[in-house]
Design a protein around this ligand. Structure first.
Ligand code: OSB
Ligand code: MG
Length: 399
């Protein structure tokens, strides 16, 4: 039945907006240096979406240094403004010119104190740039307190339910074989990318082969409201959800489409701030929200969106951006929050990279399609500096 997996009802979380988050306070730290590391990581398998083909993942790794401790964050902007308006170049510019300088020497008792720094008060938008710095500070402050990041965020799960995101493949046979391989590897939820001409047939064939699997489709904005009949056909396939079928900057047409289909729509690209989530809720534009910490500007906004969705009875899950072990560790801590009730796009390390830049790497717990939240201080993984350097193409220091 449509909706059988996702109707989880209300989760008991008190409504807090971004200004009401109770940031746990520790000792004040003062950042003496921020470093940016522009990396290029080769992917083990090309990743094709409706907006293009990726064979490597560019990224900016941010390290913030204070009192002998280092906090790590990852910027998920692409080289091109294809998924979101930001790029590696715009993020580099905004971090080096505006966000980072205002944080040097700025006292931080709690993660929310980043918002009183000069750069954060001045910069509008640029969520992926902001998230990479804010999240590195969350890691730093968790390490200063000697606790796992999860504890600062308010998450409690030891294991997080996950799935795998499968790109558009050169042929239907290759797609079906790839789905079979991931199902055999223990993934209990399969997401496939769709685009016009690559939707009903691949989804129908996968459903025939795997009648009970949690199956979903991600269109990355490739369709329009005129395609409503296509999505009505998908109602027969018992999909867990359809992710971002319509324009990246639309909410209102998604509401129109949602009123015509039973399968829940999940918004990804359209949600950047808590206000977008409130609008989507008010308009009934979706049944589910994908929270990507980069897209929403950091953990503070991610928490705010998580909390307001929990209050409204709307389930969320954690999206992925092919992160390295740094960003994926952060995602695992976030996905430990109570309203992350659907499987997240956080796959095992070997699905992305031959040599990840952080240790330990992540493996799938095959008995329940979960990944264990790392329990050391902060994000709980150690960045391997030699590996980071081997993938690094540019570095800068702000102090
Ligand atoms: O739309 O969810 C998406 C990767 C890059 C850009 C957009 C998306 C994705 C994914 C990858 O689906 C999920 C993952 O990191 O495993
Ligand atoms: Mg998506």
């Amino acid at each position: 039945m449509p909706g059988q997996f996702w109707q989880t009802g209300k989760v008991d979380v008190k409504l807090k907006n971004i200004r009401q988050i109770n940031y746990p306070k520790g000792h004040a730290v003062k950042i003496d240096r921020i470093e940016l590391h522009h990396i290029k990581m080769p992917l083990v398998h090309p990743f094709e979406t409706s907006f293009g083909l990726q064979t490597e993942r560019p990224g900016i790794i941010v390290s913030v240094h204070a009192d002998g401790l280092t906090g790590w964050g990852e910027c998920v902007a692409h080289s091109r403004p294809d998924y979101a308006p930001e790029t590696i170049t715009t993020a580099w510019h905004v971090i080096t010119e505006f966000l980072a300088p205002g944080l040097i020497g700025h006292p931080l008792n709690a993660p929310g104190d980043v918002f009183t720094s000069a750069g954060y008060k001045m910069v509008r938008g640029h969520n992926m740039a902001k998230a990479s710095v804010e999240n590195a500070i969350w890691d730093l402050l968790a390490k200063a307190q000697g606790v796992p990041l999860q504890q600062l965020l308010g998450g409690t799960k030891q294991r997080v339910e996950v799935g795998v995101s499968i790109g558009i493949q050169p042929s239907l046979e290759e797609l079906l074989a790839r789905v079979d391989r991931f199902v055999a590897a223990g993934y209990g939820r399969i997401k496939v990318k769709i685009k016009p001409g690559w939707e009903i047939t691949p989804l129908t064939r996968i459903r025939e082969n795997h009648p009970r699997i949690k199956l979903m489709a991600d269109a990355n904005s490739a369709f329009s409201l005129a395609d409503a009949p296509l999505f009505q056909q998908m109602d027969k396939l018992n999909l867990l959800m359809i992710e971002q079928p319509l324009a990246h900057d639309d909410i209102i047409d998604h509401a129109a489409l949602q009123s015509k289909i039973n399968t829940p729509i999940c918004l990804d690209e359209s949600i950047h701030i808590p206000g977008d989530a409130r609008l989507a809720l008010a308009l009934k534009a979706c049944g589910i929200i994908n929270i990507k910490v980069g897209r929403v500007g950091g953990f503070s906004n991610a928490l705010a969106i998580h909390n307001l969705c929990a209050e409204a009875g709307m389930p969320v899950w954690c999206g992925g951006m092919l992160e390295t072990g740094i960003g994926r560790a952060a995602n695992l801590h976030l996905a430990g929050l109570p309203n992350f009730t659907l499987p997240s796009d956080i796959s095992a390390s070997d699905r992305y990279y031959r040599h990840d830049i952080a240790e330990p790497t992540f493996a799938l717990n095959t008995e329940d399609s979960t990944i264990t939240v790392p329990q050391g201080p902060g994000i709980g993984v150690e960045v391997q500096l030699d590996r980071l350097k081997s993938y690094r193409v540019r570095r800068t220091v702000i102090k």
